[in-house]
Ligand binder design. Structure first.
Ligand code: DQA
Length: 146
């Protein structure tokens, strides 16, 4: 089993970016946590980040045939990008939408998600721990035959 964790814009700044919202954990810390968890679960993990919508779309296209599932924190593109939604649909792989913050407790423009329409489920509000929850969730879903 092989999982892609894909991170969108500004997530490279985690740790210093609005720590009151996103915490002090860096993306490198999160990657290390995820790699340890993936080893426990016995799955292969790719962990990527881009600030560019097209690069994220390319990464989703490349996932087809290479990975079994996608965990996507699309950052602000969650709320704006029909193109990322279409890419997830085209990949025909089970995906989970992930956010560190509870987007529903924040500004109204963060309540709208294009990604939500094409994923198995959503995890938000648990900070960096959400990445580990998402790994458990996607592996469980795949074990169930998803
Ligand atoms: C985020 C939530 C988004 O609304 C925001 O634009 C981000 C991060 C999160 O992980 O909480 O960049 O996806």
């Amino acid at each position: 089993t092989s999982i892609l964790i894909l991170n969108g814009p500004n997530l490279n700044l985690l740790g210093t970016r609005q720590p009151e919202v996103y915490g002090h954990t860096t993306l490198a810390d999160i990657e290390a946590m995820c790699r340890a968890k993936a080893a426990d679960l016995g799955v292969d993990l790719s962990f990527e980040q881009s600030n560019h919508e097209g690069a994220l779309i390319d990464a989703i296209h490349a996932a087809r045939g290479r990975h079994d599932g996608i965990i996507l924190n699309a950052g602000a593109y969650t709320h704006t990008s029909v193109a990322l939604m279409d890419a997830i649909s085209s990949a025909a792989l089970p995906a989970i939408e992930l956010h560190l913050s509870n987007v529903h407790a924040r500004e109204p423009f963060r309540h709208q998600s294009y990604i939500a329409k094409v994923v198995v489920g959503i995890i938000c509000g648990f900070g960096a721990r959400g990445y580990l929850l998402a790994l458990d969730a996607i592996c469980g879903h795949l074990e169930d035959g998803g």
